[in-house]
Design a protein around this ligand. Structure first.
Ligand SMILES: *Cc1c(COP(=O)(O)O)cnc(C)c1O
Length: 402
């Protein structure tokens, strides 16, 4: 389904030849009216499913009032959203942007400015992890450093060092007097749903304290309830200094945020940073509506309950089919299934044909990222479609059954 369709668009995407017209909850319908079950949520974005009534009503009401004013003036929805993030998270300060990569950009600038303002002008390097992903700006690809991201785009930004994930000794030996921060995803998303262990996360916090570094977390994919807590770092009981958010934060309306402690944000003074669209009334109204739902009593309990069921079903499938599934990993409703003998991109395309949306990730992993409102019945249906898809693609199964 990935074709070389002649198109006026830059050829950067390998798009499947399907176009969707509308969605409702867990379901999405293509232009011919065919129904699909959505276990991708637009790559972990549509956390409340499609056309959620509260989000639709909020956006429509705001659209009729005011779209844009710029940050030359106060934006009441923006103030309120920031206050709510401060009330419910580690953060003391928020900066709103339009995408994930802009949240990362703000995080990197926050780090550099923090040490600069202390007169530590050489303390500006950031240690990141191999197989990480932080977005597509020059700063973000320089941070992640993966060959497929950076090839052809030199000169890159300097100031990043990289080590293997889940190896504290490697991290500590990479720290120098010039190191300002450590930047990691608690679960590497694009890299193949590879979680950092709780011990490692705690170790990073300890290293940051010991060496006077800021701990910056990219929770663009893991945040906003995706793993069963508001943020994935909560599972390891640590507190970061800076967190980048996007994806689920707008439930499909594009925006992101950089959250920080008072101390870490101290360099972000008037004139040091800014954005024309970031924190606009439309995005901020929707962001508050998303939080209304996420903060409802029982919302995260639901995520954890369904996630436990999804993991149980996938692990059961994996146990019965070692020949197809090498591992099931991830946390909450951010799940990766590492395939054996089947190409993950082919699996995603075949799954689409069977009516189930999933996404590929690195390391030959398929990513399962349903909206957080998913129910058991949807998991049951998805498992049937996924098993069917993998049987179709597995040469061994075809030998056995054919
Ligand atoms: C999606 C993603 C980004 C980039 O977000 P954009 O909105 O595409 O710029 C950065 N980091 C992680 C972990 C992501 O999943």
């Amino acid at each position: 389904m990935e074709g070389d369709v002649t198109s006026a668009l830059m050829s950067v995407y390998r798009q499947a030849d399907v176009a969707f017209e509308y969605g409702k909850g867990m379901e999405i319908f293509d232009v011919s009216g065919r129904r699909y079950l959505d276990f991708n949520a637009g790559i972990a974005v549509s956390c409340l499913g499609h056309a959620h009534p509260h989000l639709v009503k909020t956006l429509q009401e705001q659209a009729a009032k005011l779209w844009h004013t710029s940050n030359l003036y106060r934006i009441p929805h923006q103030d309120r959203l920031a206050d709510r993030f401060v009330a419910h998270t580690f953060a003391d300060k928020c900066f709103f942007v339009n995408s994930g990569v802009e949240a990362i950009e703000c995080a990197i600038k926050t780090v550099r400015k923090y040490f600069y303002d202390q007169g530590k002008h050489d303390k500006n390097r950031i240690i990141t992890l191999n197989s990480s992903f932080h977005g597509r700006s020059l700063a973000a690809i320089s941070a992640a450093g993966q060959e497929k991201l950076v090839t052809g785009f030199a000169p890159l930004l300097s100031g990043f060092d990289r080590v293997e994930p889940n190896d504290l000794a490697a991290m500590e030996s990479a720290i120098t007097a010039q190191t300002a921060a450590i930047l990691v995803e608690p679960i590497q998303g694009e890299g193949g749903i590879r979680p950092l262990s709780d011990a490692y996360m705690q170790g990073l916090r300890a290293l940051c304290d010991k060496h006077d570094l800021l701990l910056v977390l990219d929770e663009i994919q893991t945040g906003m309830g995706r793993t069963g807590k508001m943020f994935a770092f909560e599972w390891s009981g640590i507190t970061p200094d800076v967190v980048a958010l996007a994806k689920g934060i707008g439930g499909g309306f594009p925006f992101g945020a950089c959250l920080a402690t008072e101390r870490a944000a101290s360099g972000m003074t008037p004139g040091s940073h800014g954005t024309t669209y970031g924190g606009n009334p439309l995005a901020m109204a929707v962001g508050n509506a998303v939080l209304d739902e996420l903060l409802k009593p029982g919302f995260l309990e639901h995520v954890n309950e369904i996630a436990a069921y999804l993991h149980e079903r996938l692990n059961d499938f994996a146990e019965r089919h070692h020949n197809i599934v090498e591992a099931v990993r991830g946390k909450g409703l951010m799940v990766g299934v590492k395939l054996r003998g089947i190409d993950s991109r082919e699996a995603v395309a075949a799954s689409l044909k069977n009516g189930l949306l999933i996404a590929p990730a690195g390391e030959n992993v398929i990513r399962i990222l349903p909206p957080l409102i998913v129910e058991r019945s949807h998991v049951d249906e998805a498992l049937i479609l996924l098993e069917k898809t993998l049987y179709e693609l597995s040469p061994i199964e075809q030998e056995n059954t054919g």
